[in-house]
Design a protein around this ligand. Structure first.
Ligand code: SAM
Length: 220
């Protein structure tokens, strides 16, 4: 799967070159490239932003550098194009799985007050928020998106991990334990050493239901 991130701060993307995603890129399972859309501005001072027309608001990223950048890297609009913004539907695990089927996704990172709405309307297919809070820029949201979606690309992680984790079947995961058997006076649940697969599965189901009820109680 190929990702192209449009950003003014390509140096921020170290996490995508590290650990599991770094290894997947080296193995050719992922291709992640950063493009600085400042390189496409026609402004002689290399400016990419200007004051908002809304009184009191700060700088807004202008249409021209972003539109010209897209024309250069995806002239026929073959890629799925996403703008990260808090003013959008919140990313869900279901959408993460759907997005993993695209061959090429372009992600635009906003900054400052945001991006001129006209270039979003004219050139992008989808807007995504990573949660109900505002960050300084779209770089961290873009990394969240790339990480979450890339886990579902074949060969990036062990597929078993994807079938037994939070949000599969709408539930949160049961607690995990490792050695030692007793730590700080707290013992690992006895049933996990029983060798009784049915009893272990029952414990997992009940623990998962309890965690889900605690943190995601059903609205009554
Ligand atoms: N003025 C905007 C608003 O009130 O909705 C916030 C702009 S924010 C300071 C700058 C950029 O950070 C946004 O254009 C977006 O790309 C990114 N950003 C901030 N919070 C985000 C979130 N929760 N989800 C996705 N992107 C976000």
């Amino acid at each position: 799967m190929r990702w192209t991130i449009l950003t003014l701060f390509p140096e921020m993307f170290v996490p995508l070159k590290t650990s599991i995603l770094g290894r997947a890129s080296k193995a050719g399972k992922l291709q992640i490239e950063m493009v600085n859309f400042r390189d496409y501005t026609v402004d002689k001072h290399r400016k990419v932003d200007d004051h908002s027309y809304s009184p009191g608001a700060g700088l807004v990223l202008a249409c021209q550098p972003i539109a010209d950048c897209l024309k250069a890297i995806d002239p026929e609009h073959k890629a799925h194009r996403i703008f990260m913004t808090p003013a959008a539907p919140i990313l869900s695990q279901d959408r993460v799985v759907e997005l993993s089927h695209y061959e090429h996704i372009i992600v635009l990172c906003g900054h400052y007050e945001g991006v001129d709405q006209r270039v979003i309307d004219a050139c992008f297919d989808e807007v995504i928020s990573i949660g109900e809070y505002v960050l300084t820029g779209g770089e961290i949201p873009a990394m969240v998106l790339v990480d979450a979606v890339s886990r579902y690309v074949d060969g990036v992680i062990n597929q078993d991990s994807l079938t037994m984790e939070s949000y599969v079947d709408g539930k949160l995961e049961y607690p995990q334990y490792t050695r030692p058997r007793v730590w700080n006076g707290m013992a690992v649940p006895e049933v996990l050493f029983s060798g009784n697969h049915a009893a272990i599965q029952k414990w997992k189901d009940e623990a998962s239901a309890a965690v889900t009820e605690k943190y995601r109680p059903k609205k009554k």
